[in-house]
Structures are given as C-alpha cells and as structure tokens.
Ligand binder design. Sequence first.
Ligand SMILES: [Zn+2]
Ligand SMILES: [Zn+2]
Length: 149
Amino acid sequence: MKKKAAIKPTCDYCYKPLEDEELENPYIGENDEPVCDDCWREKHQFLCPVCQGYHDEQPEGETFFFITSDAGKEQGMLPGIYRANRFPFFRGALGGLGPSYIEEDNVSLVSSSILHISSEGGEEIEADFICGGCVQAYIAVDAEIAALQ
Ligand SMILES: [Zn+2]
Ligand SMILES: [Zn+2]
C-alpha cells in the first residue's frame, strides 16, 4: 500500500507549515488564506505598551495613540491620548509612529493624561499606539478627577 504524503498547509505569508493548533482555528490573512500566529501578530496586531497585550489593529475612529510632553513639544501639540479619526494620521510610516509626522487635522485629543511608560531598554516611549481598553481607563480617570474639582 502506498502511503499518502501528508501535505501540511503552510502560512500564506512566510510559507512555514502551520502547527496543528494554528490549523484548528486559523487566522485568515489578506489573501483569504490561513496565516500563522507569528505573522498575524506582526502584520495585523500591535502591542499596547500600557497593558502589554496584543490587540488587532483598528480602523479609523477606533485607533488611538499617545504622545508625551517632549514629543508634543516637538510637534506643537498637547501631550495626551489622541484618536485617529482619519487615515493617514501620520506621515513617514517607515520606522513606526514618529511624533514629528502627525497629521493634526486627522486626529483629536481624547484624554490629557500624560503617560510615562518605559520601553524594555528603559527609555521613555515618546509616542505609541494604545489599545481601546486602556484609553477607556484613562478617560474614566479624567472624569473622576474632573468630578473632584
Ligand atoms: Zn507565517
Ligand atoms: Zn492596553
């Protein structure tokens, strides 16, 4: 009897064979084909530096980012948390979110909370994406502070 060769489906992005767990409930990439967990994370998710969780990238109106005082000074913007109402909201997409490239007309300030978050290397993160859950937590704190005044 001839043995049938077991052909494992591969990730549509990196062509790595998919693990059994990944095949059970695979992420579907841009070409409607399964992609591996690593590629999904890299291409379609971001790490929120506040809660340290991975979150799916969000569309216009549901994408949030923060800038620190220093980054805000450079940009001529108030520090805090902003919502991206329209894409693109920053220029120079290469190299990540550069504080000097924010398109001010396409964003609005949703919280004046100033975040102090360090990267793994210990440097302060001047600007980064933040997840919707963390934004809501900061907005709730804003409301509490406002209620005390
Ligand atoms: Zn992959
Ligand atoms: Zn978060």
